[in-house]
Design a protein around this ligand. Structure first.
Ligand code: GTP
Ligand code: SPV
Ligand code: MN
Length: 618
């Protein structure tokens, strides 16, 4: 991809300092073009060395972006607070710029790619003035994969460089491999700028960003242009932009799946192992389930991934999943020794970045829900905070960014580029009513229907209102890089072409059902192991279920409640299929499906008709 300016490229800043480079002509040309457009003071190729980490983190400390944490509490770790306007993914500023508007579908923002490029080229013009432009060669997944999934992110943010080094395999080894492959190396060019040029002598702010934000994917070109935000999925372009939006388009074209899913390994007391993938919308429990500590004796969970799964059929006809990431970018609030002890252990090893949490007076971090509430701390907004404060100490979408290899329960298979064969897929959302604790689909198409109609209350992971129920198909609403109707068809097609008995079984879960007082009915977290156990026993043909209009739901006796401190009536509530609530759901599903017109797969319409008939809806 080139920048393809219609205007002659501006003469490059003759004083630009250059550190590093590449023998790959195409890549060097793209970097030169971006430099000519954005006019940085300095161009630096990221190597991934420890010395580089130290230099960049020192620079961030000096700039005031980072505070170095107490080495005894969190070694080699840093605290950052973002600009209060730059705290989450900006879905209304995110675009799929396909050539044809129809290919973006009814769920994405769209603009003509040429129009978007013209608009953004104007924004990028001189936007790195006074800054260093970093070139980050990275690979999503394994460098020794059959087809390594390369990317190169250009960014003018040191915070992004440091975070990318945690979240993806980056640096000189990747670049050398790209160079060895030469023209044969496919890489996704991913351009990022904070949109905050510095005039000579101008004092920088702690968190530079712009009020104008664009997060843009060009699916045909497999390219990403991001502008104006320094936070999370807006700026760490290997994550949502590449591994979901662009990768979902690649997956459609090549017959695989790029999904917003955790991957876990489950070992039963009989030492049987199973791999489970689960898609829950942002801030709905993936990281927590991925690192689950089972409360039922003899069962063991190990982690393979907490956010993204790439799944391809293996030669044996089974669906294999790989986590393309190298770190966790996890929701901080609510994480504690009880809900997620392994995440706590992972971050305690250090080498992490904490953004928008609270800074304690002894140089550690804290957030709502963590043990040992400090008597005083500095809030993410930089204000004095005490337990009596009205405001939260941490932003609800505050996050820890930490290396996956520090996770004490990381499964060995994480290092296998082949991935792991998936036995079960869970779809789940955050629903106060209607959706029972767990439902088993009848078959792949019914499971696809469950995924396609998945709904969830919105969370702080994206800007906008929180707590509003919306359809979030396969937990991919903000991440499908093409027409969601075609995406549903792709799911159905993969199932059609596969060996039915080798396909993962699909389940629909809801940890978030509430009672009349607004309390969660199901205790969740480690207790979710009881639901995993039921699902595995269903796969093994051992557990009981009742057939309901929406699918197979466990009888209360089929759930292992040994040691569970829960009133049986409450469990019955969690499992209840309320026909009236489901009848009320139908118009919402109808409205959702209507968006897709002819692009809605017939099979999903048939599934909806079946559901209506079973519920007795005309
Ligand atoms: P992203 O990183 O945004 O994709 O989110 P995620 O799906 O990984 O969500 P995460 O596991 O970080 O959970 C987000 C929030 O849900 C946290 O506040 C958790 O405490 C809460 N949560 C997770 N699992 C459960 C559960 O089983 N029950 C309840 N009630 N809350 C949960
Ligand atoms: C999500 O929002 O689903 C995340 C965080 O995992 S971000 O990387 O910002 O997308
Ligand atoms: Mn996510």
């Amino acid at each position: 991809m080139t920048i393809e300016s219609t205007e002659p490229a501006k003469a490059e800043n003759p004083n630009t300092e250059r550190v590093g480079g590449t023998t790959h002509a195409g890549l060097q040309q793209w970097v030169d073009e971006v430099a000519a457009l954005t006019t940085p003071d300095r161009i630096e190729w990221v190597t991934g060395s420890d010395a580089e980490w130290t230099r960049l983190t020192d620079k961030l400390v000096e700039a005031g972006t980072f505070v170095r944490l107490n080495d005894e509490k969190k070694p080699n770790s840093f605290y950052a607070a973002s600009d209060p306007t730059d705290v989450a993914r900006v879905e209304d500023r995110t675009f799929i710029c396909s050539v044809d508007e129809k290919d973006a579908g009814p769920t994405n923002n769209w603009m003509d790619p040429n129009e978007m490029k013209t608009l953004m080229r104007d924004l990028y013009q001189g936007c790195m003035k006074g800054r260093t432009m970093y070139v980050i060669p990275f690979v999503m997944g394994h460098l020794n994969a059959e087809n390594p999934m390369f990317g190169v992110e250009i960014t003018d943010s040191e915070y992004v460089v440091v975070s990318m080094r945690v979240m993806a395999r980056c640096g000189v080894n990747v670049l050398r491999r790209i160079e060895e492959l030469g023209e044969a190396a496919n890489y996704v060019p991913a351009l990022h700028s904070l949109g905050a040029p510095l005039e000579p002598g101008q004092q920088d702010v702690k968190w530079p960003c712009s009020d104008t934000k664009y997060i843009v994917q060009f699916p045909e070109e497999r390219a990403i242009w991001s502008y104006g935000s320094g936070y999370g999925g807006n700026a760490l372009l290997g994550k949502k932009c590449y591994s979901l939006r662009i990768a979902s388009v690649m997956a459609r074209d090549e017959g695989w799946l790029a999904e917003h899913m955790l991957i876990l390994k489950l070992t039963s007391p009989e030492q049987q192992t199973y791999y489970v993938a689960a898609a829950f919308p942002s801030a709905c429990g993936k990281t927590n389930l991925a690192m689950l500590k089972p409360t039922i004796p003899g069962w063991k969970v190990e982690t393979l991934g907490d956010d993204i799964a790439w799944m391809r059929f293996g030669e044996d006809g089974r669906l294999y999943a790989v986590n393309p990431e190298f770190g966790f970018f996890g929701v901080a609030p609510g994480t504690n020794e009880k809900t997620n002890p392994y995440a706590m252990e992972t971050i305690a090893k250090g080498n992490s970045v904490f953004t928008n949490v609270a800074l304690t007076d002894d140089g550690d971090i804290w957030w709502e829900g963590m043990e040992n509430t400090p008597a005083h701390a500095t809030s993410w907004k930089g204000q004095d905070w005490t337990p009596d404060s009205e405001e939260l100490s941490s932003h609800p979408n505050s996050r820890y960014c930490t290396p996956i290899e520090q996770c004490p329960i990381l499964a060995d298979e994480y290092n296998d580029p082949k991935g792991v064969p998936i036995s079960a897929i869970f779809f789940g959302g955050r629903r106060a009513s209607t959706v029972p604790l767990v439902t088993e689909s009848r078959d792949w198409v019914h499971g696809t229907f469950m995924g396609a109609t998945l709904s969830s209350e919105t969370t702080a992971a994206a800007t906008g209102q929180v707590g509003v129920v919306r359809r979030d198909p396969m937990a991919m609403l903000p991440f499908i890089g093409y027409n969601a109707g075609d995406y549903f068809q792709h799911w159905i097609n993969l199932g059609k072409d596969a060996d039915a008995h080798k396909l993962p079984k699909i389940f629909y879960v809801n940890w978030f059902r509430r009672d009349a007082d607004g309390k969660f009915v199901w205790p969740g977290f480690g207790e979710n192991s009881r639901v995993l156990k039921w699902a595995i026993e269903r796969i093994e043909g051992k557990a009981a279920a009742v057939e309901t209009p929406i699918g197979h739901v466990p009888t209360p006796e089929a759930i292992d409640t040994d040691g569970l401190d829960m009133d049986p009536a409450e469990l019955a509530k969690a499992l209840h299929v309320d026909v009236d609530e489901w009848k009320a759901e139908i118009p919402h599903i109808e409205e959702w499906f209507a968006k897709f017109g002819d692009n809605l797969p017939t099979q999903l319409r048939v599934e909806l008709d079946g559901l209506k008939a079973r519920l007795g809806v005309q």
